[in-house]
Design a protein around this ligand. Structure first.
Ligand code: PEP
Length: 263
């Protein structure tokens, strides 16, 4: 992925959550880079490794020159200040981050992040030269209550209202149904496709300018080496945000390779 943002890039991002020390993270990154380098024909999807803050430097060093990107799992919206335990966009950029995950369901539902906080972080990430991966998705009770569309429209509208189309197209969205994250219950390709279409239609309403058809939307929630290829057959699925299966190099490489061949 070059400085010029391609339309709907294929992207697979690995969210390592609160796992791996710098040494273990660097070892995993090196193993992944070697697998990718050995199969250049399948290495056409962009890949981002998103370790904990403490492993960012080591992982950035491990992937240097490989074409694999590094991302963070969260950031604060302010540039600096009295925000104990937080980290700013420029700090992440200085460690070699290209991407930052925003509004992950564990941030929204465990740490209490609101739609307004995610919106502020989105603007700050863009200000700081980071590519945001904005997570949206419904809880199980919301799906069962036929509220999926309502939730997605609310989350996307809150995050994207007021952004211009050219800027919005440089962001990435991850549709992650909360009931599928870390549960082994992957959404069906049709469920993911329908949700992605809601996100695209909402972007067209909220931002306009062809944003809906041009923005990259990843699916996340129990993606693994066995189910990724089927998901990637859906035109509206541009890649994946992967949690558990990103902690093992060979399996994560299979997912990245599947994203590459699917288009
Ligand atoms: C995630 O953490 O974003 C995620 C999708 O996790 P998992 O792949 O383990 O469901």
């Amino acid at each position: 992925m070059s400085a010029t943002w391609p339309r709907r890039p294929r992207l697979v991002a690995g969210n390592w959550k609160m796992h791996l020390t710098p040494a273990d993270g660097a070892a995993l990154a090196r193993e992944f880079v070697a697998l990718r380098a050995a199969d250049p024909a399948a290495a056409t999807s962009a890949v981002a490794l998103c370790p904990p803050f403490t492993a960012l430097s080591a992982v950035a060093e491990a992937v240097r020159g490989s074409g694999v990107f590094v991302g963070a799992q969260n950031m604060h919206a302010e540039l600096k200040g009295a925000f104990t335990g937080e980290i700013s966009g420029p700090m992440l950029a200085s460690l070699g981050c290209r991407f930052v995950i925003l509004g992950h369901s564990e941030r929204r539902h465990v740490m209490g992040e609101t739609d307004a906080m995610v919106a502020a972080k989105l603007r700050s990430a863009l200000r700081d030269g980071l590519t945001p991966i904005v997570c949206v998705g419904e809880l199980l009770a919301e799906r069962e209550g036929n509220k999926t569309e309502e939730v997605l429209v609310r989350q996307i509208a809150a995050a994207y209202a007021g952004l211009d189309a050219a800027t919005a197209k440089t962001t990435v969205i991850a549709y992650e149904p909360v009931w599928a994250i870390g549960t082994g219950k992957v959404a069906s390709p049709e469920q993911a496709r329908d949700a992605h279409r809601v996100v695209r239609a909402t972007l067209d309403q909220v931002v306009g300018g062809g944003t809906g058809s041009d923005v990259a939307i990843l699916y996340g929630g129990s993606v693994n080496a066995g189910n990724a290829a089927t998901l990637f057959l859906e035109d509206d699925i541009d890649g994946a945000l992967v949690g558990g299966a990103a902690l093992e190099a060979a399996g994560f490489w299979k997912i990245a390779a599947a994203a590459a061949v699917a288009r």
